[in-house]
Design a protein. Sequence first.
Length: 148
Amino acid sequence: MNVEQVARHWLDQLQKPNSDAFARLFTQNGRYIDPAFGLARQGRDFVRLHHKKWHAAVPDFRANVERVLVDGQTAVIQYEATGTFDGEPLGAGENAIQPTHKRFKARVVIVLDLDDDGQVKTCTEYYDRSIMPDGATTPYADDPRGLQ
């Protein structure tokens, strides 16, 4: 697969609840960085955990690709994320974020750095934390009503 195909396959696997398959897309020491939550997961076990927790919190998560840009071994994916934060809390203990039971629609940008075999060395994910997964109704310019 070329870099764009790997990126599209990554996004397809992101949406599926199979955390083992998703983790296998990463190198053994691959990193998943989520600045919005202040997380940097390293290694397949932690990538698997990150993916599993997300799907447990937002079981109906979907991602609609808007564009994929490629430069060498790096892919930048912009997609529209939708879902409902009505599953399990995100995090653990007293710092866990409780489900809001609200739908969200958010634009997300992912930067994937791949190795020569097409495995993800680093994934960095950018989105507005006030919208995803909390469900704030910040509207898009093309949807002044937001999501209710």
